[in-house]
Ligand binder design. Structure first.
Ligand code: KPL
Length: 296
């Protein structure tokens, strides 16, 4: 297949290399000015990708969009005109709500959403490490997307495991809940994920999760409080040495995904008239850190 990866950060680069190794014609689209971009995945030979080629966009069977949630609209704005209507759009990012303002654009394309637990780290502009095996779940955002279940096989063949989820919003909410619990706390306290297993975080973690569960129930997403707590604890242990993406963003003074993680829950809670004080406090705390950079 002709595949363009929009936003070759860590996860985008991992998929670009894996899909190339699986035999697809992959090219990259990003913010640089180069016509080619080399990437090396782990110890595999370096791959030379075509970069920012409009012809690749026009010929794309699949656009894999891996920019951060807050970058999606700006990344797609200059390229809409070049994408053929039958091109499958596959979005893979942390958080929810990034596509809400794009509904009109998206309605004419087959659209899929994906969430992955693979770990990837960009160790330089041209090297990416696959730091943890994971699972990718994908599913349809619209009825055109529902006809594209074959993409689960395409992804699975390139980077197992990948599975089709008939209600992808359920999987996205599960991941959102994990990110609500881990990301802001690790960013505020400057700790690796594993520190959250310490008893002093138990009360706050439980409060965050209980609030997210209430909002999920109001959104009619199937959820079980004890199971979600166990999932969060499992992720904390499995990624104990990692710094969460939000922690890394705060350290490097980059805009975080808070508006699409905790902010999304807070907005949904307001809509349903549910109080979410623990999440609200974390949301405001991260926002105030971000604002302090522009003020100084
Ligand atoms: O998705 C993550 C992130 O850092 O954004 C977790 C699961 C918390 C792993 O670090």
């Amino acid at each position: 297949m002709n595949i363009v990866v929009v936003g070759p950060g860590a996860i985008g680069s991992l998929w670009a290399c894996a899909l190339h190794q699986a035999g697809h014609q992959v090219s990259l689209w990003g913010t640089g000015n180069n016509a080619h971009w080399a990437l090396q995945l782990d110890e595999a030979p370096c791959i030379e990708f075509a970069y920012n080629q409009v012809s690749a966009l026009r010929d794309a069977d699949v656009l894999l969009v891996t920019v951060k949630a807050w970058q999606v609209a700006a990344a797609l704005h200059p390229i809409w005109a070049h994408i053929a209507p039958e091109t499958l759009l596959l979005f893979m990012h942390n958080g929810m709500g990034a596509l809400d303002d794009l509904a009109e654009h998206l309605s004419t394309f087959p659209v899929l959403l994906a969430t992955t637990t693979h770990g990837a780290l960009k160790t330089s502009a041209h090297t990416v490490k696959h730091t943890g095996m994971g699972q990718t779940q994908l599913g349809a955002l619209n009825s055109l997307g529902a006809q594209c279940r074959f993409m689960a096989d395409v992804l699975h063949h390139a980077l197992p495991s990948a599975v089709w989820h008939p209600h992808i919003e359920h999987a996205l909410w599960q991941k959102l809940a994990v990110n609500c619990a881990i990301n802001p706390l690790t960013a505020i306290h400057h700790t690796p994920n594993g520190e959250l297993a310490q008893p002093e975080f138990r009360h706050t973690l439980d409060a965050i999760i209980a609030e997210v569960v209430c909002v999920m129930q109001a959104e009619q997403i199937p959820v079980e409080s004890a199971a979600l707590k166990a999932t969060v604890d499992r992720v904390i242990h499995a990624t104990a040495a990692n710094r969460s993406s939000m922690h890394q963003d705060i350290v490097h003074q980059r805009r975080t995904e808070i508006d699409f993680i905790t902010g999304y829950v807070v907005r949904k809670a307001q809509h349903h008239g549910i109080a979410v004080p623990a999440n609200q406090a974390l949301y405001q705390h991260i926002q105030s850190i971000e604002q302090s950079w522009t003020q100084s």
